[in-house]
Design a protein around this ligand. Structure first.
Ligand SMILES: NC(=O)c1ccc[n+]([C@@H]2O[C@H](COP(=O)([O-])OP(=O)(O)OC[C@H]3O[C@@H](n4cnc5c(N)ncnc54)[C@H](O)[C@@H]3O)[C@@H](O)[C@H]2O)c1
Ligand SMILES: [Zn+2]
Length: 348
């Protein structure tokens, strides 16, 4: 399957195909430098060996998505005399993809970049759209760029080795796409919605289709608004609360665990605001539950603290909390809320 991200002269394809890792010849030409981590290298590094001039292996973990690793990768590339026409491949999850993309955007002022995402979250979200970054002590993703890859190569077979917790984390973003499909896609078809697909099919048997549909929705949004001046904000559905919970737990919960809690919360809010019908609300919560995603806010967290953190989110303007909320089936809109009482009624 092939999906296009349409961005003029920066357009690129997303290829989704089982066993693609064993068939990379047509995509990897010239001098190729691969960046991966210790875990992924053990599992899949062997498929890149024959294509790579060098494989650079970094440590596994979000805490290594920092400037020290950025410098390490850059030095490895420069010591190997990388040239402008060469290609850097990111083989791994969102951490490897984000930091490698940021290196690719700045080494020699930008070299070719290819994403080979190996987590479900990276396959449906972080490898598409060109946001690349590292973390600093001041917060996550605060140094970064928009830098689009030349292509995204997705082999759903690699999910066979991905731990269940990481599958669930990606699934939360997948469901998010079902909730925004109508707003996101010009080609939206009411008789064949992603929401119904996920509600009726066993996701384990349908990774190729699920990844393709998710990438299509993200590609449509990014093609319409590459730099998040407007529409792209809808990709943050459920993320305001997610970011607060990530901070509260010092990132002990995964991103997707925060997203699924955030999605339930935003449906609660939307129902309270009278923006959606009870039936759609119930079907949405049922979908989250049927995929095994947890949606309860841990009781130990106090509403005041959560609200304070939501107010300090990057996307906040002067004390008001900026949400994306469901406003109809598969439809979302932006909503600024000053009424903390309403939010408190939903929080524990
Ligand atoms: N750029 C974007 O638009 C964007 C969007 C969402 C998230 N992100 C970023 O993505 C990162 C999270 O990405 P993630 O969830 O992929 O986490 P991750 O990259 O840490 O991967 C999760 C774990 O799975 C392991 N792994 C990867 N592929 C595997 C496989 N096939 N089999 C077995 N194990 C495998 C990794 O080594 C790691 O231990 C965060 O840093 C986040 O900020 C970026
Ligand atoms: Zn997300």
């Amino acid at each position: 399957m092939k999906i296009d991200v349409n961005l003029g002269d920066r357009s690129y394809p997303i290829i989704i195909q089982n066993n693609l890792l064993q068939n990379l010849d047509e995509y990897l030409r010239g001098n190729v430098f691969v960046v991966t981590n210790t875990t992924v290298n053990k599992l899949y590094g062997k498929y890149l060996k024959k294509h790579a001039k060098k494989i650079i292996v970094i440590k596994d973990g979000e805490k290594y998505k920092n400037l020290a690793t950025f410098e390490y990768i850059s030095n490895q590339l420069l010591a190997s005399k990388i040239e402008r026409k060469d290609t850097i491949v990111a083989l791994g999850g969102g951490v490897v993809g984000d930091i490698t993309g940021y290196v690719a955007s700045s080494v020699l002022r930008g070299v070719n970049f290819i994403q080979i995402p190996t987590t479900l979250l990276a396959q449906v979200d972080s490898s598409v759209g060109g946001k690349v970054a590292v973390n600093t002590k001041y917060g996550k993703n605060l140094l970064g760029a928009f830098y689009q890859p030349k292509c995204v190569l997705i082999d759903p077979n690699v999910l066979k080795t991905l731990p269940e917790r990481q599958i669930k984390t990606g699934l939360a973003e997948v469901v998010k796409y079902a909730f925004i499909e109508k707003t996101a896609c010009n080609t939206f078809d009411e008789s064949f919605t992603f929401f119904d697909f996920l509600s009726t099919k066993d996701y384990k048997q349908n990774y190729e289709n699920i990844i393709a549909r998710s990438c299509q929705i993200k590609a449509d949004v990014v093609s319409a608004d590459e730099h998040e001046s407007n529409l792209r904000a809808i990709l943050n559905l459920g993320h305001t609360l997610c970011h607060a919970l990530e901070k509260l737990t010092n990132f002990k919960i995964t991103h997707g665990e925060g997203v699924s809690i955030g999605l339930k919360f935003i449906f609660d809010l939307s129902l309270k605001l009278g923006l959606i019908e009870k039936e759609y609300y119930e079907n949405a919560i049922q979908l989250l539950n049927s995929l095994g995603l947890k949606t309860d806010i841990p009781r130990a967290f106090k509403a005041d603290k959560i609200i304070e953190l939501m107010k300090s989110d990057k996307k906040v303007v002067a004390g008001e909390i900026n949400f994306v909320v469901p406003c109809g089936k598969y439809d979302v809109m932006r909503k600024v809320l000053q009424d903390e009482l309403l939010i408190k009624e939903i929080l524990p």
